[in-house]
Design a protein around this ligand. Sequence first.
Ligand code: PAF
Length: 292
Amino acid sequence: MFAPNFNKMTMQVFNKNIELREFLTSMKSKNSTVGFVPTMGALHEGHLALMSQSIQENEFTVVSIFVNPTQFNNPEDLAKYPRTLEADIEKMTTLSDKIIVFAPTVEDIYEGKTTAESFDYDGLEHQMEGKFRPGHFDGVGTIVKRLFEIITPTKAYFGEKDFQQLQIVKKLVAKNHIPVEIIGCPIHREPSGLAMSSRNERLSSTERKEAAIIYTILKEVKEKFQTQNTDLVEDWVKNEFKKYPLFELEYFVIADESTLLPITFKEKSKNYRAFIAVFVNNIRLIDTITLN
Ligand code: PAF
């Protein structure tokens, strides 16, 4: 059962989509705006920043916490993904008494059929993460579309760390005529420069400290990109990672921000971005930087 009033001590937490829908219908007036922050939990400051922005811009903010099985191509990664619902609720309670939490079960979302729909994102899905994590963006599209159907948000907030995901969600919304505005939000970094990620929790303190090298390299790439040819920059990155035995570079790509296609030659009218994926002791970290 849910209580109709917001209360700092008892945050609204729903496990069933039908109850959340009833609640939102009972709370919303004709012109209410609903902000939505989809997450897989293990919340960090980056997530909290998305929530703060949503709280500022909307009357209601819904945060989903759901480790979506269909977007994991690696069963070990799914099994090891941190699940910290109580601590997450604690963090959100400290942030605001205006957050509505949706923490459904797999059954509630997938109703006995835990499979992903297949999506065509006009090729965005074939680059980078799509190459190395087959089926990942079908899983993301499936859950995001489902959550949009349940919550019918006015605006939805996504971090730019997963820049490819952000572009794919924009494409999903455009192609399916889903009436929601997608807001991309800047990457939050640890003081060392490491992009905040729920996966950082799985790093040892040494690994976490050394992982700062990823952003250091990206910043250097941005400098080099202004004057050097792309092949040289890419070779430099590969060689840099050879100096760090803890890290295994999975990909480094400089791509056009809108098509995500790897750069062939630099054009003044285009915006470029560097994308990187690195393994640290089986933990996969990604990061990105704009180059313009
Ligand atoms: O970015 C994430 O945490 C997930 O991909 C998302 C958008 C919550 C979908 O499961």
